[in-house]
Design a protein around this ligand. Structure first.
Ligand code: PHE
Length: 357
């Protein structure tokens, strides 16, 4: 018994890891361990022998077990010490001086647009990028046979035989969020919705995914005059100019009546865009008074409420403001481009702080 005790206590003391300890435990006090086998022999002993050997074996078993758990705790302490030592970090060190990440121009412009409209009492609404064709088309007064469905080069989600869920599309514009927000809050309401939209189109001025910001204001006596004022305020604040001139060109959208496309006066002298002067006109958005059928689809009574809506291309106004020549570069993830056109990470655009910093 003394031999067994010496052997195991020495080996336990020398063990360097938990696996070794476990092996030792099994070969000493495990079911078929040396100490356990000795205990089985108690049965063959005389009562006198058993009276001496029994307590001694139990004491040996206890001693080995407590040596095992003491060593286990010591190993865990040592491991923790080692970890604390190797993972030590001086949080008072200065941060790295070089600028690593930048804010993408689309994120920057989305923040700028949000800041401007927030000042005018618009809150931000959101909707899914994969939506049903009802929200994307029907609810916006674009029935199944309407040519606008084809014009928009819609991406339809794959459907298998017998799938009876409503057809889903990648939303072709942010206008479905008009309906969703009418459903969610009713009237009156004032929201913008910035976000990604999709159309199967690709060239220098079109990418299959791009960004729009939708605007919607509904109240009892909203008119085109309100729309005009809001857009003028927006364009002045966004392009950071004192004065702008907007031109409302009669147009057609199924979801607004009347509808207008809006151009801003500008000049391109020396290839540089100047807003508010010159003889050129730049189209920046589509807009109009919300069609009564659209209000109805959103659960709002058109006899009581009316409103305006507009939809503007975020990528387009980002290119214009920051002189970015090719739309496709927005989505190339080219680090040199991102470093050149990106914005400092902690500069949140605000009206009082100067939008673009
Ligand atoms: N949804 C239209 C488009 O994508 C823009 C628009 C929005 C026009 C709201 C009028 C009112 O072209």
């Amino acid at each position: 018994m003394d031999d067994l005790k010496d052997k195991y206590l020495t080996q336990i003391a020398e063990a360097q890891d938990e696996d070794t300890l476990e092996t030792l435990r099994i070969s000493a006090v495990g079911k078929k361990g040396e100490v356990s086998l000795k205990m089985r022999e108690l049965g063959k002993m005389t009562p006198e022998e058993r009276q001496i050997a029994g307590p001694a074996l139990n004491a040996l078993k206890d001693e080995i077990n407590s040596a095992l758990s003491a060593k286990k705790a010591a190993l865990a302490d040592a491991a923790l010490d080692e970890r604390l030592r190797s993972e030590w970090l001086d949080v008072t060190l200065p941060s790295r001086p070089e600028r690593r990440g930048t804010i993408h121009p689309i994120s920057q412009v989305t923040e700028e647009v949000t800041a401007i409209f927030a000042e005018m009492g618009f809150s931000v609404a959101e909707g899914p990028r994969i939506d049903t064709d009802w929200y994307n088309f029907d609810a916006l007064n674009i029935p199944g046979h309407h040519p606008a469905r084809a014009e928009m080069d819609t991406f339809y989600m794959h459907r298998t035989e017998g799938d009876n869920r409503p057809p889903h599309v990648l939303r072709t514009h942010t206008s479905p969020v008009q309906i969703r927000s009418m459903e969610a809050t009713g009237a009156p309401t004032r929201i913008i919705c910035p976000g990604g939209v999709y159309r199967a189109d690709y060239d220098q001025t079109h990418t299959p995914m791009f960004h729009q910001v939708e605007g919607l204001a509904i109240d009892r006596d909203i008119s085109m005059a309100n729309l005009k004022w809001v857009l003028e305020e927006f364009v002045k604040a966004y392009f950071e100019v004192e004065d702008v001139e907007l031109r409302f060109r009669a147009s057609h959208f199924p979801f607004t009546e009347p509808s207008a496309e809006v151009d801003i006066r500008c000049s391109w002298e020396g290839g540089q865009l100047k807003v508010g002067e010159g003889d050129d006109w730049l189209e920046i958005l589509g807009s109009g008074m919300v069609h009564p059928k659209v209000l109805q689809a959103g659960g709002i009574d058109p006899a009581e409420w009316q409103g305006f809506a507009f939809g503007m291309g975020i990528d387009r106004i980002a290119m214009l403001k920051y002189g970015i020549p090719d739309l496709r570069a927005f989505f190339d993830s080219d680090l040199r481009w991102l470093r050149h056109y990106g914005f400092a990470a902690l500069d949140m655009p605000t009206l009082h702080g100067g939008l673009s910093g």
